[in-house]
Ligand binder design. Structure first.
Ligand code: UT7
Length: 321
């Protein structure tokens, strides 16, 4: 028994923030942002939008694509670093908005790897027979934890959501997932304000993402290279078997380095970072849905999805679409 992706969806808020606009806010240039990260623009949630509102729209699209109704969903998990509230969890807010009652609904907090973690968990519930229609979402409003005076981070992040519906199948679907974490790097990428631990000083500034970009970059390249190798080896596959790489969209240069290690040409890599920036846990399902809807990813294609983020956490999924 496998779990198979029956439908995908994504949603981004209407407001687009361009590099030209950022030039007016901080000491940066369009040229610097494009050449260092590959980002040209990002979408920013409206004041009345939250992580749940973006998740709901992505979920509706995935449910429609799967040809089911919200009432069929029997398991709901959201990967996010920017939950609406401490509790109730984002999963239950999405659940209520979709008119679903009673099934398990929760969120997973694993920074940019949140969707891969959520997918791996949902896969276990579907393959064990406990769930027939699992809704797996990655959703973020990173703009709410961005320090808009810090040029080293504010040019990188964006808001959005992506979702998939998993169903049981005798045909291959999620073939394997590989999850990892190592807390020793926590000081390289973090948002200090929490619930039981609160920072002193300027809360707006302290609440925001702190990142030693260059160090994170080096470790991301190394770690993602290792996890894609692990995934191929675990399945006795050569990189040539892969049809698509669906990477976390943090930085075009990190993605290019991973593709190079895999020996994959960039034509086989799904890139959304230029339009959406880094949307953390939302980036993998957003990229997946973009490529499914534009016809690049087709039924039967073999995909390798990967992500790396704060914690550090990282992971991958080998998927027969
Ligand atoms: O999603 C979770 C994981 N996150 C990541 O994987 C992100 C990893 N890191 C990165 O993507 C890259 O490190 C960045 C895009 C954040 C930065 O690129 P970089 O090539 O590593 O640049 P850098 O941090 O080494 O900075 C180079 C220079 C510095 O100036 P000096 O010290 O050389 O004079 C920075 O102050 O660029 C300067 N700089 C900027 N200049 C213009 C930093 N941010 C900006 C900016 N505009 N926005």
């Amino acid at each position: 028994m496998y779990s198979r992706i029956a439908g995908t969806g994504h949603y981004v808020p209407e407001r687009i923030l361009t590099n030209a606009e950022l030039e007016k806010i901080v000491d940066t240039t369009d040229e610097w942002i494009r050449s260092r990260s590959g980002i040209e623009q990002r979408h920013i949630a409206a004041d009345d939008q939250t992580t749940a509102s973006l998740a709901i729209e992505a979920a509706k699209r995935a449910i429609e694509a799967a040809g089911i109704t919200p009432g069929d969903i029997d398991f709901l998990v959201v990967g996010t670093t920017t939950p609406d509230l401490v509790f109730p969890n984002v999963g239950t807010i999405v659940q209520e908005a979709l008119g679903i009652h009673g099934c398990a609904a929760f969120s997973v907090e694993a920074a940019c790897s949140g969707f891969i973690y959520a997918l791996s968990i949902a896969d276990k519930f579907v393959t064990s027979g406990e769930s027939k229609n699992a809704l797996v979402i990655g959703a973020e409003t990173l703009s709410r934890i961005t320090d808009w005076t810090d040029r080293s981070t504010c040019v990188l992040f964006g808001d959005g959501a992506g979702a998939v519906v998993l169903q049981p199948s005798t045909e291959q679907g999620i073939i394997s997932t590989h999850l990892h974490a190592d807390g020793q790097y926590k000081d390289l990428l973090y948002a200090p304000a929490g619930v039981s631990k609160r920072p002193q000083g300027d809360l707006n500034k302290e609440f925001a993402i702190h990142m030693q970009g260059n160090e994170v970059f080096k470790l991301a390249v190394k770690t993602l290279g290792a996890v894609v190798k692990e995934t191929l080896e675990a399945n006795s596959l050569d990189h040539e078997a892969l049809d698509w790489l669906v990477p976390h969209q943090a930085n075009k240069r990190i993605i290019e380095a991973t593709a190079k290690r895999l020996g994959m040409p960039m034509e086989k890599v799904i890139l959304t970072v230029a339009k959406y920036g880094n949307t953390s846990a939302a980036s993998v399902p957003m990229a997946l849905d973009v490529a499914v809807r534009d016809g690049r990813i087709k039924r039967g294609d073999l995909l390798l999805a990967e992500a790396f983020g704060g914690g550090f956490t990282w992971g991958s999924a080998l998927i027969r679409f």
